[in-house]
Write a protein that binds this ligand. Structure first.
Ligand code: FRU
Length: 457
C-alpha cells in the first residue's frame, strides 16, 4: 500500500483558498453545481508533493468559499494511466464527469502517450463509477497526440464539448463536438486555431467556451508562447480570444489577451452559477512556480472564484460576492499615510484608492519576502515585484489618477484586482512571519481581516 502524504509544517498553508489535505494539485476540474452544492474537482496526486499519475480530488461547498473535501473521485489504473483534466455536468439526475484518459505506451517515457475522452457518473455526487463503455471519444486522424481537457455544456437538448488539441501543423487549436447523450460525439468544427506558434502556442490546454455579455469567449491556456516585453513572461499562459460564433461554428476572432498578469495563474475553468453568473477559478500556481510548500508535504491551491464580465471589449474579473462573508473585522477605514507602516493580518482584504504618482505605492513584507507595487506612469504600467528570481510582472493601466486596488492576502498568496478587475495579478509569495504594509504613497483605505480556515477535511 502506498502511503498518502502528510503535511509536516503548517507555515505556508492557506486560510481561505481551496487546497489539498496533502499531496499535489494542479488544474481545477469539473466545477459544477449539483443537488444543492458547488462541486470542485482538481488534478490530484496524493502520494507525493509532486505531479504524478493523476487522480481527481474532490470538494463541495454551499458558497464556493467554505469547502468540504470528499473522497477522491477518480483513481487512474483500471482504464488509463492518468485521469487528466475535464469537466462535469448534470444529466438524467446524475453528475457526469468527462475526463481525459492519458495512456503511456512505455511506463517511463513521458513523451510517448495517447489521449482519449471518458465518462464517470454519480447519483449522490460523492461516489463515482467509470462508464463501462469508455472511451467515448478517440483522437481524430488530423490530430497529434495532444487531445485533452474536455469542457462540456448544454444548450437546449444538445451537449457541446470544446477540447484542447494540436493539429497536424503543430499549432494549438480548440475542437468543437456535439452529442445528445454524452456518449456519442460528433465533430462539428475547428472552433479556433493559433495564428502562429510565437503568439498563440503549439497546444491549447484547458479550453472553455461561453457566451458573455453579448460576446463569445474562448478561454484557454496555450503552451509555447514567446515572451515579448511585458507579455507572455510565464512559461505557460492563460488568456482569451473574443468574437462571434458563426453559422459554420467557427469563432470570428480578435487578439489573444492574457487574462492574469501574475506569476501564479494557469488552467482556468468556469461555470454558470444557478443565478446566472459566469464564475472562473484557476490553479494558483504555474508549471514553473517555485512551490516552497513541497518540502512540507503538499503543493498547489486554487484561486478564489471570480465573476466575469465584459466591458469595452475586455474581460473584467471580480471576486464573487460570497467573499464578503469572510470579513471578520474592519481594521482600517480612512487614510493610510505615506511613509507609515501598518500591521496586516496574514488573511486580509485591502481596498485602496490612490491618486498615484510615479514610483512605489507600497510594499507588503514579513521583513524578508517583499511584494512591492509601483506605478510606471510614463509607460502606463502597473508593476508588481517579488524579491525573487524573475520577480517582476507588469500590466498596462490607463488611469493612475484614480487607481483602485483590491487585494486578497492569504498567508502565502496575494490576488490583486486593479480598477474593478480590469487587470489582475495572482502571486504566491512565501511569507512566514507577521506582515506589515509600508506605504510609499498615501491612499484611501478600507482593510478587513478575513477568516483563517475555510477548508474542512
Ligand atoms: C494543464 C494540464 C492539462 C492536463 C493536466 C494534467 O495544466 O497539462 O492539459 O490535462 O494538466 O495534469
Amino acid at each position: 500500500m502506498k502511503e498518502e502524504m502528510q503535511v509536516t509544517n503548517q507555515r505556508y498553508r492557506l486560510g481561505y483558498h481551496l487546497m489539498p489535505k496533502s499531496g499535489w494539485i494542479n488544474d481545477p476540474n469539473g466545477f459544477s453545481y449539483f443537488k444543492g452544492y458547488y462541486h470542485m474537482f482538481y488534478q490530484y496526486y496524493p502520494y507525493a508533493a509532486e505531479w504524478g499519475p493523476m487522480h481527481w480530488g474532490h470538494a463541495r461547498s454551499k458558497d464556493m468559499i467554505h469547502w468540504e473535501t470528499l473522497p477522491t473521485a477518480l483513481v487512474p489504473g483500471d482504464m488509463e494511466s492518468g485521469c487528466f483534466s475535464g469537466s462535469a455536468i448534470e444529466h438524467d439526475g446524475k453528475l457526469w464527469l468527462i475526463y481525459t484518459g492519458h495512456h503511456y505506451f512505455e511506463p517511463n517515457d513521458n513523451e510517448s502517450f495517447y489521449e482519449n475522452q471518458n465518462l464517470a457518473y454519480s447519483e449522490d455526487g460523492v461516489h463515482f463509477t467509470k462508464y463501462e463503455g469508455n472511451p467515448v471519444l478517440r483522437v481524430p486522424a488530423d490530430n497529434t497526440k495532444h487531445f485533452r481537457d474536455p469542457k462540456v455544456w448544454k444548450e437546449g437538448d444538445t451537449f457541446y464539448m470544446v477540447l484542447g488539441s494540436q493539429g497536424e501543423d503543430e499549432l494549438g487549436r480548440a475542437l468543437l463536438f456535439v452529442s445528445k447523450d454524452l456518449i456519442n460525439w460528433e465533430r462539428v468544427s475547428i472552433l479556433s486555431k493559433a495564428k502562429n506558434l510565437k503568439e498563440e502556442g503549439y497546444m491549447w490546454e484547458c479550453p472553455d467556451f461561453f457566451h458573455l455579455d453579448g460576446q463569445d469567449v474562448l478561454l484557454m491556456s496555450p503552451q509555447g508562447l514567446e515572451a515579448d516585453g511585458d507579455r507572455f513572461r510565464n512559461l505557460n499562459q492563460t488568456g482569451y480570444i473574443m468574437g462571434q460564433l458563426g453559422e459554420d461554428k467557427v469563432l470570428s476572432r480578435g487578439e489573444f489577451v492574457e487574462i492574469d498578469n501574475g506569476h501564479d495563474f494557469y488552467a482556468t475553468q468556469t461555470m454558470l452559477t444557478p443565478d446566472g453568473r459566469r464564475v472562473m477559478v484557476a490553479w494558483m500556481n504555474a508549471w514553473d512556480s517555485d512551490m516552497h510548500e513541497k518540502q512540507d508535504g503538499w503543493a498547489g491551491a486554487l484561486t478564489i472564484p471570480r465573476e466575469l464580465h465584459i466591458k469595452d471589449d475586455h474581460i473584467y474579473q471580480q471576486p464573487v460576492n460570497e467573499m464578503e462573508a469572510l470579513r471578520t473585522a474592519k481594521l482600517i477605514a480612512g487614510v493610510m499615510e505615506t511613509g507609515h507602516e501598518y500591521e496586516l493580518p496574514r488573511t486580509a482584504e485591502l481596498n485602496l484608492a490612490f491618486e498615484a504618482a510615479d514610483g512605489e505605492l507600497f510594499t507588503i513584507t514579513d521583513g524578508e519576502h517583499n511584494l512591492t507595487i509601483g506605478a510606471d506612469t510614463e509607460g502606463g504600467r502597473l508593476v508588481i515585484q517579488r524579491n525573487t528570481k524573475d520577480g517582476e510582472r507588469a500590466a498596462q493601466v490607463a488611469d493612475f489618477a484614480n487607481l483602485k486596488l483590491q487585494i486578497f492576502v492569504d498567508k502565502t498568496s496575494a490576488e490583486i484586482f486593479v480598477n474593478e478587475g480590469e487587470r489582475t495579478f495572482t502571486e504566491r509569495i512565501y511569507w512566514d512571519a507577521p506582515l506589515t504594509i509600508e506605504m510609499g504613497s498615501s491612499c484611501q483605505a478600507v482593510v478587513y481581516k478575513l477568516e483563517e480556515e475555510t477548508n474542512k477535511y
